[in-house]
Structures are given as C-alpha cells and as structure tokens.
Design a protein around this ligand. Structure first.
Ligand SMILES: O=C(O)C1=C[C@@H](OP(=O)(O)O)[C@@H](O)[C@H](O)C1
Ligand SMILES: C=C(OP(=O)(O)O)C(=O)O
Length: 422
C-alpha cells in the first residue's frame, strides 16, 4: 500500500529577502504573507530595522513601512549578516546608493566567501568600498552618487546581478547586466511589481526610465523549491511512498531539478499550476521511483538548480550508473566547499565518488548499501539536510555533526522529516 503525505515546506528564502529589502526602500506599506522566518532572512529584517525601517512581524507575515529610496538612516552599528550571502551581496547594492557609512560583517563562513564580484562593479559605479585582503568581509561601504554601468558577468550569479540592479536604482544613467547563463530572476520580477521598468533581452537585463518604487502591495511568498527538493528526493527513494508538496515556486529560473528528474526517471507530476502574485507556483507530487538512471549536470542548467546539487548527489547514489556534475566551480564558494563536503560525506558512507576541480562523479547503484558514519556538515545547512535524507531512506544510522545550520533556511525541517518518515 502506498503511504501518502502532504506538506507545505519552508517559504522561499530568495523571495523573502527581496520582499523585505525592496519594500523597505519603496514608498508605502507592503504586506508580505507567508514570508520565511529563518536565521538568514531575519538578518535582512534586522539590517533594515537598524537603518530605521519599521517592520512589524506577525506570525506568518510582515508589514513593512517603506521609507523610500533615500529614506534609510545610517546604521548605528555594524550590520551582522550571519551566514547569509544573499543578505550581504544584495544589501551592498542598496548601500552603494546611500550617502552614509555602513559596515557589513558575517560569520566565519560568510567572511570567507568572495565579495570581489560585487565590490568591483559597485566601485565602478562610484561607491567607496573597503574590504579585508582578498576582497573579503567585513566590508565598509560609503555610497553616494552613482553612475551607470554595463556589467558583463563572468559567472551566472543572481546575487551579483541583483546587487548591480539595486544600485542602479540610485542613478538615471544606463544600467545593464549581462550574464553568461540565466540565473534566478526574482529581483527583476519584484522590481517590476513595485513599478520599476526592467527590460529583459536574452541574457541582458537593463533598468528603464522609471526607477521609483511604489509599495502598497501584498506579496505572497511561495514555498521554496530548494527546500522542497529534500522531500522530493526523499519520496523518490522511499519505497511505497508519495508526497504532495504544496504551493511550491516553479519559476523556470529555479526549477532545473525537474529536468534532472526527467533524465533520471523520477516519477512526479505538477498539479494546480497557477500564478500567484508575480511568480508561478504549483503542487509537486513525487512518488517512489524504483528505476533510476544516472544523470549529468553541466553548463547552463547549473544556476537553475545550484542549491539542489547536494540533495541531487544523494539521488545519484541510487541511480543505476555514474552521475556527473561539472562546470560547478561555484559550489566551492557556498556556505562550505560543497564539492568537498558532498564527496567527503559520500565516501564516509561507502559510496564511490571521484572529485574534480569543478565537480564530481557518483558511482550509484539501486539498493546501494550505506555504512553507518559520522557526517561533517561544515556548518552547511544543505549538507546537513541532504545527509539526514540519506539516513532516513537507508537503513543506516548516520550521525550528523550539527543541525543548527538548518535554521538558516528551513527552521522546521526536522519536524517535517519526522512527519514524512513516521
Ligand atoms: O540570489 C539569491 O537569492 C541566491 C542566489 C544563488 O547564489 P549566487 O548568486 O551566488 O549563485 C544561490 O546559491 C543562493 O542560495 C541564493
Ligand atoms: C548559498 C546559499 O545561500 P546564501 O548565498 O544566501 O548564503 C544557500 O542557501 O544554499
């Protein structure tokens, strides 16, 4: 008999950060419903509050009293952005346009992540930015009058694209970002919803004439496909099981995992596809998939599933053959070096892997035996959740070095895992 469960996973982290940041610099009040309250998104909330924005938090929604583009106040203290790359990089774009000093810091992981990618374009627009040796945080930003830019990005990064677009709100000059591949477009969608002119042409995004932001909006934040991914893979690997994941964001710049599911032969179906606000959403139904084929992740699909690679590596363990991830240098620059963390964890449980500079291979087999082991998460939430899923679908007993990091993106993950596994 098939066991069926239904779940609404954590709300979208990327959209939650952008709701708070963009509504703060808009005119008027914005209500963001079903926003994610996690350590990362609360860092963004606190930073905006420190700059004088009134944000009312009420069980599942926030009310943001926008102060308009030039209404932010110099923060009285350092902005501590914890573990959150999105907060640091996007906020830097906003701060580049402010005529005051701000100091941005974070935890040991964030202080090791590359910031040159935003420092360089923001400086060439006219912001003054100081950093630690090697373009590392803490950053000191003294913004002010900015000029235009046509920024050709070497890597596909939504955080870099967003930083430049947000800074671009503070000039009337031409501002353009060109990506090598399309990355998530939530900033573009949200700026449009607030009335900003955005001109998209293939891999180029330009700001048009109107760069004023009008709030008085209601935003509905969908469930995060990156969080849903853990339960999608859980369901594919769990015998006689089916899950319905409700209201998941299906934006095509985020849903590369579904293409990999097609390649691997995962049984899934999308129901109730609809548009909610300015994002496409739907319910994803995934069921046990006993015949899994190996897959390859490379090239332009990478940005469309970048945060799902840890959990897809768990799916690869049970595919009948060798799965490959390449062109994924960016994975080494996340909360941990994810190529290293994944390969180390898989080796410990007895899975053959081959690590290379920009990716790895996983030698999978159906009913792969999994050895009991201690998994080092390197304080990376996605590594912790991926191996907890492996532990739940195999009959092994994995010890996970810590689970605290999960609070950054999915505070009730452990409850949801015991619910589906119960
Ligand atoms: O813009 C965003 O919300 C994000 C962009 C991605 O990072 P990059 O822009 O560094 O690729 C992603 O990995 C991160 O989790 C969230
Ligand atoms: C990379 C991630 O987030 P951030 O860059 O915001 O720290 C993530 O959530 O996997």
């Amino acid at each position: 008999m098939v066991r069926k469960k239904s779940l609404r996973v954590a709300s979208d982290k990327s959209i939650s950060h952008r709701s708070v940041m963009i509504a703060s610099i808009a005119k008027g009040k914005t209500v963001a419903k079903n926003i994610l309250f996690s350590d990362d998104t609360l860092r963004t909330v606190k930073a905006m509050q420190l700059m004088g924005v009134r944000i009312n938090i009420d069980s599942h929604q926030v009310e943001i009293d926008g102060v308009s583009k030039f209404g932010l106040k110099e923060p009285f203290d350092v902005l501590d952005l914890g573990n959150s790359g999105t907060s640091m990089r996007l906020l830097s774009g906003v701060l580049a346009g402010q005529n005051f000093l701000s100091i941005l810091t974070g935890d040991n992981s964030l202080k090791r992540r590359p910031m040159g990618r935003i420092i360089q374009p923001l400086k060439s627009m006219g912001a003054e930015i100081l950093s630690r040796e090697g373009n590392l945080a803490p950053l000191a930003i003294k913004g002010g009058k900015l000029s235009g830019i046509s920024h050709k990005m070497k890597i596909a990064s939504a955080q870099v694209k967003s930083a430049v677009l947000l800074a671009g709100l503070y000039t009337q000059d031409d501002v353009e970002v060109v990506e090598p591949y399309k990355s998530r477009n939530h900033t573009e969608n949200m700026l449009k919803a607030f009335g900003v002119d955005i001109i998209e042409n293939g891999l180029s995004v330009r700001l048009g004439k109107n760069r004023e932001l009008n709030g008085d909006l209601e935003i509905e934040v969908p469930a995060d496909i990156s969080s849903a991914a853990f339960f999608m893979v859980f369901a594919a690997l769990k015998k006689d099981f089916e899950i319905t994941l409700k209201d998941v964001g299906l934006n095509e710049t985020r849903s590369g995992i579904l293409d990999i599911f097609n390649e691997a032969g995962v049984n899934y179906e999308i129901k109730n596809r609809r548009v909610s606000g300015f994002e496409e959403i739907g319910d994803i139904v995934v069921s046990y998939s006993p015949k899994l084929k190996p897959f390859e992740i490379s090239g332009e699909i990478l940005p469309l599933l970048i945060d799902e690679i840890p959990i897809l590596s768990i799916l690869a363990v049970y595919c009948d053959g060798v799965s490959v991830v390449k062109d994924a240098h960016e994975l080494r620059k996340k909360e941990s070096d994810r190529i290293k963390s994944i390969c180390e964890g898989l080796k410990r449980v007895g899975v053959e892997v081959e690590e290379f500079k920009d990716g790895f291979k996983v030698y999978g087999k159906p009913s792969h035996p999994i050895k009991n082991a201690l998994i080092e998460t390197h304080n990376d939430h996605r590594i912790a959740m991926s191996f907890l899923v492996l532990s739940a679908v195999s009959s092994s007993n994995l010890k996970i070095s810590e689970t605290q990091s999960i609070l950054t993106s999915y505070p009730n993950f452990l409850d949801h895992l015991s619910y589906v596994n119960g």
